[in-house]
Design a protein around this ligand. Structure first.
Ligand code: ZN
Ligand code: ZN
Length: 228
């Protein structure tokens, strides 16, 4: 909700407090490019504020989230501008954990075939292997999807809204090229990409757009049921 300060870096990012976003009194009138279908500036009817580009309202969090990616039921929080990197790190480290567990338990399972042990213990060994394999496999698919989005400069919401753009081979209007798209999520220093420090630059309110491309603002449909 507007006015509820959430400064922690693990939070997805809120629209800043103040008159500018509440009343639309921006110093820079071009601070937002995206408009509604009617051509009006985007405004959240729940928080009663104007929305920055790529910002969406989450009904579960009851808040407008900067560069909202999606609401994640696994961590019971939104994934947005400030915690997108940590979301990726969670997936990557979870994948590595599943791989480590799956690989290292194989030796014990093979040993259990040759030596006597309680049935319960054998069951737990197989359960451990199958759980880590299935979870690891699902995480690989999930990670591959999100990496694809990141490389194209898209959030999950933008992917759903602009599905036709992706399938036609074009990318997001925020696509800055693969490397800069990665730095927009993982931060500017590659040697810190896999550590939970060094968040991306910027304020989550304005986003650089590539030169030489059409800057035509996307128009949101009047009945965007979930997020606008
Ligand atoms: Zn809102
Ligand atoms: Zn949420």
């Amino acid at each position: 909700m507007f006015g509820h300060a959430r400064a922690s870096l693990t939070m997805p990012g809120d629209v800043p407090e103040g008159e500018a976003w509440r009343f639309g009194t921006f110093k820079d009138p071009n601070i937002t490019q995206e408009v509604k279908f009617s051509g009006e500036r985007r405004r959240c009817k729940h928080c009663l504020i104007y929305k920055p580009d790529r910002c969406h309202h989450c009904r579960i969090c009851k808040s407008c989230i900067l560069k909202m990616d999606h609401h994640c039921p696994w961590i019971m929080n939104c994934i947005g501008f400030r915690n997108h990197k940590y979301f990726f790190l969670l997936i990557i480290y979870s994948m590595l954990c599943c791989a480590f567990i799956g690989v290292t338990v194989i030796g014990t399972i093979l040993e259990s075939l040759e030596q006597e042990m309680p049935v319960c213990q054998r069951f737990l060994l197989l359960l451990c292997f199958s759980t880590s394999s299935i979870m690891g496999g699902l995480l690989v698919v999930f990670a591959a999807f999100h990496v694809m989005l990141m490389l194209r400069g898209l959030t999950t919401i933008e992917f759903c809204e602009k599905l036709s753009i992706v399938t036609s081979g074009k990318s997001s209007k925020y696509d800055m090229g693969a490397y800069r798209n990665i730095t927009a999520v993982f931060g500017p220093r590659p040697y810190l990409w896999f550590l939970p420090v060094d968040p991306p630059a910027g304020d989550g309110l304005r986003f650089a757009k590539p030169r030489g491309r059409s800057l035509a603002a996307p128009r949101y449909l009047p009945h965007d049921p979930e997020w606008t």
